[in-house]
Design a protein around this ligand. Structure first.
Ligand code: AMP
Ligand code: ZN
Length: 460
């Protein structure tokens, strides 16, 4: 299968290093707040990748960190600690805050049918490993001390910027990066922070009490659970220029190696073509969508229709469309469940082949979804049903739970208008007109059946 590697900027043939098990690390949530639907888009991408790898016959060992400490307000390690800020605001201990949001996060993953990675280590339970990483970096000459912490000296790693393609000299000239007097370069970043007395979360270190930098967390935990070099590292595109560059720099400092063979990034979700932000009040949560009548599966379907490397604009019109389409998809699948028609093996094999070509081409899920739709238009057949469920191992749309009777079909307005006109003709005992309109509906592909309450419409 082919996957796009941000590091090389091209699609490359993928196979796990050991031939069997894919070792994969995904940057997880910072649990000082709710994860919004934009975050969830990135985890749906991770899930589709995991599912496709399994479909291809590989085992997957996935690790996703839970950042329950030390993620500062900006990626560049400036500003207040997010966990500390939330704890103060909510008058709770940071552990209570983290436990609460971690639970909600896992509940959301479940609702969205996102498989939980095999290991979900918490940062606070790996301070020892992080400190060992920091000590090793200092011993190798990559770390230096300032009055507020220990920093990584990027001048010791000339290849810095390879992932994002940034040129440090140009960046320096642009002076977009704040300069901290004691830092040797504005791009040096904290691997350990010295804790002021009032800081709630702090641990003993060679430099007294302190807490880890955010980037060191991922480097230390990926090394512990997946080894110095593993197969795939995922995250959102915002992680490319700082977080992942810094992870790479740290790993080079530690082991002389890039920690991942493939670096993969999910594009952002926008809202009304703009940024999703708390200030604008447009950071929707899965639970809020549910309150508005959009099921988690409908949101998942909405996400699957755009390739993970394209921006996805969230709108309620888009969600309405996804809701109707997902209901129709379920109705079609249910139609095939008991279908008696036969389908040739050649035809089934052709659908399967087309589906597999799409998903193994850098997760072309929208293409694969098109194959599913075309296939479902065949005459009702159990064989089609079985193949749709096979495909759903990748989509994860719970198509096995699709029940025809639960799905209320929505019809084009002109069709409903004709059906209503016919009902009115019947009420007026104008049988001629009623038959005429039935024939018209028939011609357009709809069947109408009269009932005690009125009528029912079905697509033929
Ligand atoms: P955070 O908790 O901020 O570290 O974000 C968790 C994950 O969501 C990271 O992989 C981010 O890259 C990703 N992410 C943040 N905002 C968005 C967005 N608007 N669309 C898609 N992914 C996002
Ligand atoms: Zn990370």
């Amino acid at each position: 299968m082919k996957l796009y590697n941000t590091l090389t900027r091209k699609k490359e043939e993928f196979a796990p290093l050991d031939g069997k098990t894919v070792r994969m690390y995904s940057c997880g949530p910072t649990v000082y707040n709710f994860a919004h639907i934009g975050n969830m888009r990135t985890y749906i991408f991770m899930d589709i990748l995991r599912r496709t790898l399994r479909y291809e016959g590989y085992k997957v060992k996935g690790v996703m960190n839970i950042t329950d400490v030390g993620h500062l307000l900006s990626d560049a390690d400036e500003g207040e600690d997010k966990m500390e800020k939330a704890a103060k605001e909510q008058r709770k201990s940071p552990y209570e805050i983290a436990d609460f949001y971690t639970k909600v996060f896992f509940d959301d993953l479940k609702k969205l049918n996102i498989g939980k990675p095999e290991l979900t280590p918490k940062a606070t339970e790996h301070i020892r490993e992080m400190l060992d990483f920091v000590y090793a970096l200092c011993e190798k000459g990559y770390g230096y001390e300032t009055s507020d912490g220990i920093y990584f000296d990027i001048s010791k790693f000339p290849a810095y910027g390879q992932l994002s393609g940034i040129n440090l000299e140009d960046q320096k000239a642009g002076a977009r990066v704040e300069v901290n007097d004691e830092k040797r370069s504005p791009f040096d970043f904290a691997i350990w922070k010295k804790a002021p007395k009032e800081h709630i979360m702090q641990w003993d270190s060679r430099w007294g009490k302190g807490y880890p930098g955010w980037h060191i967390e991922c480097s230390a935990m990926s090394k512990k659970y997946l080894g110095e070099v593993f197969d795939i590292h995922t995250g959102g595109v915002d992680h490319i220029p700082i977080h992942h560059e810094n992870e790479i720099a740290q790993s080079y400092g530690y082991s002389g190696k890039n920690p991942a063979k493939f670096w993969m990034h999910g594009e952002f979700m926008l809202v009304n073509n703009g940024k999703m932000s708390k200030k604008l009040g447009n950071t929707y949560l899965v639970s809020q969508l549910e309150e508005m009548g959009y099921s988690p599966m409908c949101f998942r379907y909405f996400c699957l229709n755009t390739h993970y490397r394209k921006k996805l604009n969230f709108t309620f019109e888009g969600m309405d469309g996804a809701k109707t389409a997902y209901a129709r998809l379920c109705a079609l699948v249910a139609k095939h469940r008991e279908g008696e028609n036969d389908v040739s093996d050649e035809k089934l094999a052709a659908y399967r082949k087309e589906f597999e070509e799409d998903v193994t081409d850098d997760l072309n899920v929208p293409g694969a979804m098109g194959v599913l739709w075309t296939m479902l238009k065949e005459p009702a057949s159990r064989k089609i049903y079985a193949l749709a469920l096979e495909m759903d191992k990748v989509f994860g749309l719970k198509l096995d739970e699709a029940k025809a009777e639960e799905v209320k079909e929505e019809f084009p307005a002109e069709i409903t208008a004709i059906a209503n006109e016919r009902a009115a003709a019947r009420a007026a005992k104008d049988w001629g007109k009623s038959d005429e309109l039935r024939a018209k509906l028939d011609e357009l592909g709809y069947a109408v059946k009269d009932t005690k309450e009125g009528y029912t419409l079905t697509r033929k």
